[in-house]
Design a protein around this ligand. Structure first.
Ligand SMILES: [Zn+2]
Length: 114
């Protein structure tokens, strides 16, 4: 008797990922209070670099959160698992690894090469 536990619930995975991304965003807000001081530039070049890196990380998290939300919306709409560009299946392996993936591997590659 084997239960079909191999199938991960994509909604549960997406909601968990959403929680994680939100927590990371909250952390970033605490670490980078948004006060970028360009006054004493020379001394704080490293500091500015770190703040810019934090901002980039936050942008990345925000974009990621949008991707996760969009995937949840596709679940609700019943279009989850279909490539948003060509409509072909994104693929079970790809969705198991990246439940928020909007594009099939072919379209993803095409986007990167553009
Ligand atoms: Zn595609």
């Amino acid at each position: 008797m084997t239960e079909p536990t191999a199938y991960l619930d994509p909604r549960a995975a997406l909601l968990a990922e959403r929680e994680r991304a939100l927590a990371e965003l909250a952390d970033a807000e605490v670490l980078a209070p948004g006060q970028i001081t360009y006054g004493s530039q020379a001394a704080s070049a490293t500091h500015v670099f770190e703040q810019q890196r934090d901002l980039a990380l936050r942008d990345h998290n925000r974009l990621h959160l949008e991707a996760v939300d969009a995937a949840l919306a596709r679940l609700d709409a019943g279009t989850f698992g279909a490539c948003t560009s060509c409509g072909k299946p994104v693929g079970d392996d790809r969705l198991a690894a990246l439940p928020w993936a909007a594009l099939c591997i072919d379209c993803q590659r095409a986007t990167k090469h553009r």
